[in-house]
Design a protein around this ligand. Structure first.
Ligand SMILES: [Zn+2]
Length: 375
């Protein structure tokens, strides 16, 4: 999901596309040009079908983007940070920086996308009808009709009431509003999402059994995707709630033991690793500034015979690459950053001074305690 094609910005919102979009673009153009359009409007030149197919696929992606932009713009107008939009295999994802503060905002953001798709569907149908009445070429009319249909399906599918679909967010917002409990809404949407996913997989299996291999597999694939997305969303939501009141300060090891940055690997092993129980040591230069962080795993990678001559900074993670945190920051935000950086440790700084270290063990322990108290 991370690597992709940068498409630019619309209204200040960053738009990316995953490479899978190229495959889907090709598939849609191909299906339109060789199956759908020749079927509905026979006896045209091949080039005309391909023109319709490619233009149709382009407008299709533009309408996916409109759907996501609608979510993103409403989110921004409700004060929710928007990190960007990514188009990929199953459509689009709007990445929001945080969760809406109220059930009403959640509802508005969720509804904006499907409403846009359904609106576009109406517009495309209207255009198709107008062009047809004006005697425009059949292929143009049929392409517009197809765009109307896919936008209609896109809007309706996304309104299915289960996470991670928009309808799941609508459900979550409604339960949240009724019970006053956001978590209750998350659970309901996740439950329905799982139900929907199993339903799709079941339909897919029936389809395969009845000979519709491609459609059946597609349903199974879609169901499987929804299942894992619903699960991920539920657990991150539950984790966020469990850690709501936990600050970095609460879990960090304050004033960790530091090792000199100009020491050799051998010296660090002898004077620090053998003496203290820690699995990572911040490295401090002669000027008192932190230079980086070295872990047992990094030290271990240096062959025995080279440990005497290898400077420890040569194998350590440089300060620029070490995830950093503030003491008053929420632990959940740090966990998200650690998982993105694929790092097991973060250094905590306050007013430019290192005041603590947070390790994977600290994080696991905090999660265990939070779960203990919650259950
Ligand atoms: Zn949506």
């Amino acid at each position: 999901m991370e690597t992709g094609i940068r498409l630019g910005r619309i209204a200040g919102i960053r738009i990316d596309a995953n490479w899978s979009v190229l495959v889907v673009f090709w598939l849609i153009s191909w299906a339109l040009a060789t199956v759908t359009l020749p079927d509905r409007s026979p006896d045209e030149a091949t080039a005309v079908y391909w023109l319709g197919g490619i233009v149709g696929a382009l407008i299709f992606f533009a309408s996916l983007l409109m759907h996501e932009l609608a979510h993103a713009l409403v989110a921004r107008s409700r004060g929710v940070a928007v990190e960007g939009i990514t188009l990929w295999l199953f459509g689009g994802v709007s990445k929001l920086g945080d969760e809406p503060d109220s059930a009403g905002d959640e509802l508005r953001i969720a509804v904006a996308g499907p409403a846009t798709s359904l609106g576009s569907a109406g517009l495309f149908y209207l255009l198709a009808w107008g062009l047809s009445a004006a005697g425009a070429p059949d292929v143009a009319v049929e392409t517009l009709g197809w765009l109307g249909l896919v936008n209609l399906l896109l809007g309706l599918f996304n309104l299915l009431p289960g996470a991670p679909l928009d309808g799941g967010r609508v459900l979550r917002a409604l339960v949240w509003r009724r019970t006053g409990d956001r978590l209750e809404g998350t659970r309901a949407a996740a439950r329905m999402g799982r139900g929907l996913a199993y339903g799709l997989i079941g339909l897919g299996l029936v389809g395969v059994a009845m000979g519709g291999l491609v459609t059946g597999l597609w349903f199974i694939f879609l169901g499987w995707f929804l299942l894992s997305a619903a699960r991920g969303e539920e657990s991150s939501s539950l984790l966020r709630a469990a850690l709501a009141d936990v600050r970095v300060r609460d879990v960090m090891t304050p004033d960790p033991t530091v090792a000199p940055a100009d020491a050799s690997v051998d010296e660090v092993i002898e004077s620090y690793v053998m003496r203290y129980r820690f699995s990572g040591f911040p490295l401090v230069g002669p000027d008192g500034e932190i230079r980086g962080l070295v872990s047992l795993a990094q030290l271990k990678r240096v062959p025995h015979e080279a440990r005497h001559t290898t400077p420890v900074v040569g194998v350590a993670t440089s300060l620029d690459d070490v995830p950093k945190a503030r003491p008053e920051e929420g632990l959940y935000d740090l966990i998200v950053r650690l998982s993105q950086a694929e790092s097991l440790r973060a250094l905590v700084f306050e007013d430019g001074r290192m005041v603590g270290i947070v390790t994977a063990t600290d994080v696991t322990r905090a999660i265990d305690i939070a779960n203990l108290v919650a259950s």
